[in-house]
Design a protein around this ligand. Structure first.
Ligand code: ADP
Length: 333
């Protein structure tokens, strides 16, 4: 296939925007979640009320933000976007909530990182569309109740386990996003190639899909690097050899593991003899934040059966040894 010669705005945000499906119909995979969301949205529309609050849970890049946009789009309501780290005080949240128009969809990404005081304010807001604003200090402090316009909260988290139960319980539905199958990612790659004007054949598309770590965001990113390779080294012609060369250049291995995945596996197997080892020890060994190892690296390694989580720590499986080309020996599950 041929890469179209037009220049493109290739900033990460612009491309992600362009590649985002706009409707549940266009959204690839996640059949269960799509059906669940469809019902929720249909019922709300038939009763002419905002949809129940929705929590999107799962590793990065699987479509949580995209689904939040689709929720707003399909229910014909405006979308307001915010994120947990930006909400450091209850006042930040009060300002946000009190400015919502009736029926608006409020998206809070990384909702597990919101300030504690804001979390408590959110309980009442979600349940009764009301907040209590504290004014004054000490003995003279009073709280003034403030009614809010009804809204739909869509929260996203990579770590639903970190959400306090009272918050989790106030969502009408939790969408658990799973890693995608290769065939699904092939559809994502094919669709994105169409949008970006990149001609790919089935073998090339499936090579990218197979090595995308079950993640649409990674599939889209690798597709763009393959495009770069083809423009620079292939005179705009995409070839299977070019696909492989581009992926190799960016340290994506045969089964799609990246450098950090391999560093974690390597430390687990060589340094800690297959485990069990605690999360923070493992994270220090690869120079990463424990949170990144836990929410980005581990879910996929567990999913493909390379790593196990036990009460005593993380362990490597025989498959992991095999992948690293080592004889399986100590500390196996
Ligand atoms: P998250 O919020 O979970 O980190 P995003 O919703 O930002 O993930 O998705 C990352 C990228 O992958 C976006 O460009 C999005 O369009 C694409 N993507 C995610 N899920 C799908 C899907 N099911 N079908 C097609 N593209 C998808």
């Amino acid at each position: 296939g041929i890469v179209s010669p037009e220049p493109q705005d290739d900033t990460e945000l612009a491309v992600e925007g362009a590649l985002r499906p706009q409707s549940l119909q266009e959204f690839v995979g996640q059949h269960k979640v799509r059906g669940q969301l469809q019902l929720l949205l249909d019922a709300a529309r038939m009763q002419d009320r905002p949809a129940d609050h929705i929590l999107m849970a799962g590793p990065p890049g699987l479509g949580k933000t995209t689904l939040a946009m689709i929720v707003a789009h399909e229910s014909g309501r405006p979308l307001r976007m915010s994120n947990g780290p930006a909400i450091q005080h209850a006042g930040d949240l009060a300002a946000l909530l009190s400015s919502l128009t009736p029926g608006e969809v409020l998206f809070i990404d990384e909702i597990h990182r919101m300030a504690r005081s804001a979390e408590e304010m959110l309980y009442l807001a979600m349940e009764d569309f009301r907040i209590d604003i504290m004014v004054g200090k000490g003995a003279g402090a009073t709280s003034i109740p403030l009614d809010l316009a009804p809204f739909t909260l869509v929260g996203a988290t990579t770590r639903s386990g970190l959400l306090p139960n009272p918050l989790r319980d106030r969502f009408g539905f939790t969408a658990h996003l799973e890693f995608y199958e290769s065939q699904e990612l092939e559809l994502v790659v094919k669709r994105s190639a169409g949008v970006l004007g990149i001609g790919l054949d089935a073998a090339q598309g499936s090579e990218i899909a197979r090595r995308s770590r079950g993640t649409p965001r990674i599939a889209n990113r690798l597709l763009r690097r393959v495009r770069d390779w083809s423009v620079v080294h292939g005179d705009h012609e995409v070839t299977l050899a070019g696909v492989r060369a581009a992926l190799e250049l960016y340290d994506v291995d045969e089964i799609g593991l990246d450098r950090l995945d391999r560093a974690v596996l390597d430390a687990l197997v060589r340094r800690f003899r297959g485990g069990p080892v605690g999360l923070s020890t493992l994270a220090v060994a690869v120079g990463e934040e424990p949170d990144t190892v836990e929410s980005v690296v581990e879910p996929y390694l567990v999913r493909i059966g390379f790593m196990g989580r036990t009460p005593r720590g993380r362990v490597a499986t025989p498959t992991a040894y095999e992948h690293l080309g080592l004889p399986a020996e100590t500390g196996l599950v």
